[in-house]
Design a protein around this ligand. Sequence first.
Ligand code: ADP
Ligand code: ZN
Ligand code: ZN
Length: 828
Amino acid sequence: MVLCTEIVNVIKSPITYLDVALPTALPNVLTYRWSESEKPPSVGMRVVVPLGNRRLTGVVWNVHNNDPAGYIPKNIEAVVDDRPVVTQEQIACWTWISQYYMCPLGDVVNTAMPSGMKLESKTRILINPDADLNVELLDTSLQLLDALQARGGMDVKEISEVLNLKYPQRIIRTLIDKGLAISEEELKEKYKQKTKAFISLHEELINDVEALKSELDKAEKQTPAQARMLIKYLEMASDGSSVSKVKLQKLSASTSATTNKLIEKKIFNIEHRAVDRVQKFIGKIEPLPTLSLAQTQAYDSLRKSLVERKPALLNGVTGSGKTEIYVHLIAEALQAGKQVLFLVPEIALTTQLITRLQKFFGDKVKVYHSRFKSNERTETWLKVLDDKKGSLVVGARSALFIPFRNLGLIIVDEEHETSYKQHDPSPRYHARDVILWMAAKGSVPCVLGSATPSVEMVWASQQNRIKKVDLKERYSGVMMPEVLVADLKKEYKQRSIRGGFSKLLRDQMDLVLKANKQIILFQNRRGYAPSWHCDTCGDTVMCERCDIPLVVHKRLKGLHCHHCGYHVTPIPTKCGACGSHSVNAKGLGTEKIEEELAELFPNARVGRMDLDTTRSKHAHAKLLEDFSNKQFDILVGTQMVSKGLDFEDVALVGVMSADKMLTFPNFRSFEKAFQMLTQVAGRSGRANERGIVVVQTFSPDHWVIQKVVDGDHEKLVANELIERKSYLYPPFVRLIRISLKHTDSKRVKVGAEVLSKRLRQRFGERVVGPDTPYLSRVNDLFRLEILLKFERELSPAKYKKMLDEDLDDFITDPRFKRLRFKVDVDPV
Ligand code: ADP
Ligand code: ZN
Ligand code: ZN
């Protein structure tokens, strides 16, 4: 008897457990039990599992037999895939991101996968996973939000009970409209591939001419419509091959009823085939561009570095033809059957670049962008997963999450762009840095490119960790633009300024317009004016919820907050503080520039490009196209105009004001100002004449302005490195920023003090603050920040672990329960 049970114990196989990563803010994987007799799903497949009273789709991270300590695992409910859709490399990368950027693994999974791949549902209302829940709400809405959060989702009936409301639909709608909640149906948006129907002759008839003839005879007598369709079909495909159903119906002037009848009768076969949703490229593939001597030299050095698997940094001035060099590198990788990932900043993802690449690589070009529909992204995801021929994925930062299996080259264009860093929501990752990790891990050739490389990357090249390759001349001898500085202080004194335009800028504009050339005017402030001001008492109208002036919007006829959406309409005609009627717009926004231009240059045609004019889907592309077709002469815009654009006829770029960027309180502001000014300046003079740039400023002697005039990026970086070394900023230290927010300013202050004290006990002098950030209050939340500076020699894994412990203690402290806080590793 004893022996018997022993044998049974031995034979009974151990229980199989699956660690599953779920796309929700969980710090780690959860373990579930596999209780089916079949083989368990493999790592990388999706499964449906219960979590609380939710049902979620997650990714199998690990399969093992170790009983989890402390809890009884629930069962896996369903397996979604028959093969892994997430690769081992992705699993390693996402895990690294979650550790390095100190964020829940679930956040990474959530960001990484298109929503269509993550969901599973009934008709329930959920918290929108993408929502920022820091909004002001009425009581009932807030109650619902809390309940949804607590229960993880409810159906309408449950909501009605919880709110004690017979018809809670209106409240639900409010949350949905504000983007806070979402119906599970909508969220579901399960991956559905778009298909097209094809008709072919039924197998049994293909080789049986007699049978076909008799069917045809029968049809001609009894069902003329069917006969007509059959004859048309035989005309189109006499060999019985397949033709498009829609086309067949159209050509035979019949309907699907007829088609269905023929399918029923086993005369036709129907087949649904997947079709591409992303627009197919039509046109002729062009031969690769011939590189100039300088380009060839740069290309050779890059290649050499890539062969050694050392990341390379292509530092090529604007207009040097970096893209052409990339094109050659891409072609080589594709030829070898490899995949290529080409990352560009969000803003540069224009049709201009895509068309340029399609000219050389046709439909090998795939575009991946978080603004694309979820099903389109899912399609690209699966296509790249199954890709055998090699393809080129062009995308914004989130494209690094897709399942490449055969990467032969990664390009990060405009490496210095801060839009590579995700601010919100978590994971707050920096795409360039993740790419460098991926390249090192997978031994993938990697090229970073920029006209104004980041201080960090230049330093890395000095440390010999990456190879910097310089390309100092523009393509085909085009000269670098001449930068002129307009001294606003002097011109104000001389009273020569009109509507924000210096005489210097106006004169240059005159010349350019007379020569029938084009102008770009850059001002990084949208709206009519940055503030509404009283001349009598000096009062400025502030946002009620944020510590910032309201922006004047003439077209919207109101004062608006760009941070929380609060607005006042109509624009007040008298001062709220003193009652005076001398209230005025102060400063210069893009809307006002447009208005001033109508006065100063009544004959010039003006276009404006900022967030307000490009909200609709194709507005951005349309504006660029119109400008490039010379539909208008002057393009006014925010930083949107500075990137990814290449216009033949722009002879002048005007920077309306360089001062704000030079005074912004951030250790990177000089670097950013230089990059921004150089980038905008680079839009000028691409044709055969030397372009002109006019920079308007109150501090013409500022050293950064001087470096822009000299086009001396090297000197700028050298200066910055000295400053950053002495004030302890990156690249000499690594930063972690902790921000705390609460509606009660005292609570946030006490919290920040307690936390910083605790951190100081552990990290000493490395803790700076708490300090008030540039915006001390946003949306009624008061904010404080603590900055941590760690020496590069320290192991990030070690101090992050300690930091995690301290933060855990802190959030579990009941006094600070409702304090919101976020951790930003390597803030930019
Ligand atoms: P960058 O990205 O370095 O600022 P671009 O790649 O936009 O520069 O190149 C500037 C312009 O010069 C583009 O119009 C590009 O088509 C052209 N160009 C650069 N290199 C070549 C080349 N080898 N052959 C033909 N045209 C080129
Ligand atoms: Zn006043
Ligand atoms: Zn506000």
